[in-house]
Design a protein around this ligand. Structure first.
Ligand code: C5P
Length: 316
């Protein structure tokens, strides 16, 4: 049996609109999701026992069943019982480069890589829709992380419509290591404050989805109009997260004073990104904002938009 090394990229939300409540307790969303080059590396190999092992040196990454990568392996063992009985357990080593609990889908992307790695290792020959169905059982962002690129996500976030891939835009990410935002808290607080404006019937939900498909932002993406993209990005969760975490609001304001295309919080935060025309502008923006805020808890990354999700780095 072979072992696989995979790259698992992070994502940002170029657009996150909360449309309403769902019967399953989640929110009905329309998002535009975008892969970025900042990525973890996962090495997936057979373990000598029937157990699943997760190894990661990052102190904030759990190695037990609370890790989404572990849960992805567990799901594969449960669904493909014959292969599991035949081949035994799985050992997963994670090299963590994506900031943890950041709104960048790092854990989701790791889980997506585990699904792909085990599919290859056990020669299951799963199709992309089959992998996406498994991914959706684990979390709303995970189906997107499989194929990556640029996509409109609806429903819980698991229904995907790929659109023109974007690249050639640089970005600076910044995250406070002393702030963590609970995603359930962010959505619940949004519900408490804004459920009056929620759309409730299927026709209205479909209309909102259709409007986003033909929206100025999707057109700007199709035309690779970076300036328009920067102006049109949106994240509804900012409305609850920024007032509760003034440092995150201050970080966004600091980015907004720079020569950038646009700035926005990603997912439920606390990461804020700034889209930049070039690598040089991204590096200059990082330097200026770092100097302006002088916060030892603030970490920065310069990276680029990417056109793909999980990729195989090596087979052994
Ligand atoms: O699916 P995932 O594990 O990423 O979701 C984390 C939390 O975010 C959920 O438990 C829920 O509170 C909230 N959420 C939501 N509606 C969505 C996606 C996430 O309310 N569409």
């Amino acid at each position: 049996m072979h072992s696989y090394s995979l790259t698992a990229p992070a994502k940002i939300n170029l657009y996150l609109e909360i449309i309403g409540d769902r019967p399953d307790g989640f929110h009905e969303l329309v998002m535009i999701l975008q892969s970025i080059e900042l990525a973890d590396r996962l090495d997936i190999q057979p373990s000598d026992t029937q157990n699943i092992y997760v190894y990661c040196e990052h102190p904030q990454v759990p190695t037990d069943e609370t890790n989404l990568a572990y849960r992805a392996a567990r799901l594969m063992c449960d669904v493909f019982g014959d292969a599991y009985a035949n081949y035994g357990g799985v050992s997963i080593r994670i090299e963590k480069n994506i900031p943890v609990a950041a709104g960048l889908a790092g854990g989701s992307s790791n889980a997506a890589a585990v699904l792909v790695g085990i599919d290859l290792m056990w020669k299951l020959g799963l199709t992309q829709p089959e992998l996406q169905d498994l991914a959706a059982k684990l979390g709303s962002d995970i189906p997107f992380c499989l194929a990556g690129g640029t996509a409109i996500a609806t429903g819980r976030g698991e229904k995907l419509a790929p659109i023109e891939d974007l690249d050639n835009i640089w970005l600076v990410l910044a995250k406070h290591d002393n702030i963590s935002v609970s995603t359930p808290w962010a959505y619940q607080t949004y519900r408490q404050q804004y459920s009056d404006s929620y759309v409730r019937d299927v026709t209205s939900i479909n209309n909102r989805n259709a409007q986003v498909h033909s929206s100025p932002l999707v057109k700007a993406i199709a035309h690779k109009n970076k300036v328009e993209i920067g102006k049109l990005i949106r994240n509804d969760l900012e409305k609850v997260v920024l007032p509760r975490y003034p440092q995150v609001a201050a970080l966004k304001s600091a980015f907004a004073t720079q020569d950038i295309l646009g700035t926005m919080m990603s997912g439920s935060g606390p990461t804020v990104f700034a889209l930049c025309e070039s690598e040089a502008k991204a590096i200059a923006t990082r330097r200026q904002v770092k100097n302006q805020l002088q916060d030892p808890h603030l970490n920065f990354w310069v990276t680029k938009l990417a056109t793909s999700g999980i990729q195989i780095l090596a087979t052994n």
